[in-house]
Write a protein that binds this ligand. Structure first.
Ligand SMILES: Cc1ncc(COP(=O)(O)O)c(C=O)c1O
Length: 430
């Protein structure tokens, strides 16, 4: 009896939160997948964000301009292609707490990581260690290993993996490595556990030892507030197909702090779009980098790819990034409340599975993703049961389900339904 009252109260709370939600008007701006049935719930924005409805028109507009103008579209298209990338710096800067000149939309996350590492990992005989996370996203590790090898060094000697991923342990490791440390390179929000690091303190600790700090923000941008400029972060890279809803394979982004962006002596992988723009078409030998992050560009902008991103980022502008972040935090809190209440172990003998929440419970140490470890030999079968109930999350081997309510298109009532569906089969262990 007590439990059902609590359940009803929880549901009422969801309804009240939805009622007061200033972002709810934005949900109809997205195509909401119904592949698993009319009642499908999409909790997978940590992997691929949803398609904004304006994307199709934006792509058609570029087609029309191409058909109408041919090469003249570089100057006469609705959004002229010649400096197409520039407006993205304005749109991305508030999302990462940067000056527009510190941000550029280009390439993909891994390519941008290679470009940043080429500039900012310049080992010496004394200072050569890169601190990274033991369970780093594979692509980051491949980039780190391959760059170290290209520098003629041994990845085994240069890479220091940290197992404990909390900010305190990371700062301790930075101090322990001391003056051998060249670079700290970590995910801002860990893709597996959803843990958010204290980028400000980690950057300060790295700088104190004389090292640099760069971050993979794939799971952070659009999810948690970032102040990359104020925190003095040296560089950061991200993709835009997750929380930024810019579509599969969408162009990534690069942040270069202005103290580096204005230093034209920094060696880099160069291409003509990074060359001083007034002289770009002079085609002369002798690369002269532009100031700011633009000086790391290689090629002219992928217009069709970025057309979708323009629509997606304009929704963030309309929503107000502060509203997005505060709803994300509140959704995470409500999700945890639902899981703790509905997952209470008092009827555990009736449930096949148990789970624990591996994402930190403190709201300042996470975004809106929750990662649940499933304690069962066939844990994936619980994920299949959720799919049968119309819930789209994702499964990460060996035993984790990631579920992410996203502020722009998910509701509190959906969180309630997801927690209810999960806790029907599983109870919470702490
Ligand atoms: C944390 C993280 N890093 C790197 C990548 C690789 O991104 P890309 O394929 O855009 O290079 C991903 C992709 O999902 C990711 O989640």
């Amino acid at each position: 009896m007590t439990e059902s009252i609590t359940t009803i109260e929880l549901f009422k709370k969801a309804r009240a939160l939805d009622k007061g939600d200033v972002l709810k008007k934005l949900k109809p701006r997205f195509h909401y997948p119904k592949g698993l049935g009319a009642k499908s719930i999409y909790f997978c924005g940590n992997s691929l964000g949803l398609m904004p409805k304006g994307v199709q028109n934006a792509l058609e507009q570029e087609c029309k301009d191409w058909a109408k103008w041919g090469v003249e579209g570089h100057w006469k298209a609705q959004h002229p292609w010649i400096d197409y990338h520039k407006s993205f710096s304005q749109l991305l800067a508030p999302l990462c707490g940067a000056k527009p000149s510190e941000v550029v939309a280009m390439n993909s996350l891994t390519v941008n990581l290679h470009l940043a590492l080429a500039s900012f990992y310049r080992p010496t005989a004394k200072r050569f260690v890169i601190l990274y996370e033991a369970n780093a996203f594979s692509s980051d590790l491949y980039a780190l290993e391959s760059l170290i090898t290209l520098r003629g060094l041994n990845p085994k000697k240069c890479l220091h993996a940290i197992q404990a991923l909390d900010s305190k342990s990371i700062i301790q490791a930075i101090q322990d490595i001391g003056d051998k440390l060249a670079l700290v390179c970590l995910g801002g929000v860990n893709y597996y556990s959803g843990e958010l690091l204290d980028l400000k303190k980690i950057t300060a600790a790295a700088h104190k030892t004389g090292a640099l700090a760069g971050f993979d923000l794939a799971h952070a941008i659009g999810n948690v507030p970032l102040k990359l400029h104020a925190w003095n972060v040296d560089f950061a890279v991200w993709c835009t197909y997750k929380y930024l809803n810019s579509g599969p394979g969408a162009a990534g982004g690069l942040f270069i702090h202005e103290r580096h962006g204005n230093d034209k002596t920094i060696p880099r992988m160069a291409g003509w779009w990074g060359h001083e723009e007034k002289e770009r078409f002079g085609m002369k030998p002798g690369f002269k980098p532009m100031s700011g992050a633009e000086g790391w560009q290689l090629s002219n902008a992928p217009v069709f790819n970025l057309a979708a991103q323009r629509v997606a980022l304009s929704i963030f502008k309309e929503a107000g990034v502060a509203n997005v972040y505060s709803k994300g935090k509140s959704m995470g809190n409500y999700f945890i409340e639902c899981l703790t209440t509905l997952g209470a172990s008092d009827t555990k003998e009736k449930r096949t599975y148990s789970f624990s929440i591996i994402t930190p419970l403190e709201s300042e140490r996470r975004g809106c993703q929750l990662s649940l470890r499933i304690h069962h030999k066939k844990g994936k079968s619980l994920f299949t049961l959720l799919e049968k109930a119309g819930i789209i999350g994702d499964w990460r081997e060996p035993d984790v389900i990631r579920l992410t309510p996203v502020p722009l298109y998910n509701s509190y009532q959906e969180i309630f339904r997801v927690a209810e569906a999960l806790c029907k089969h599983a109870y919470l262990v702490r």
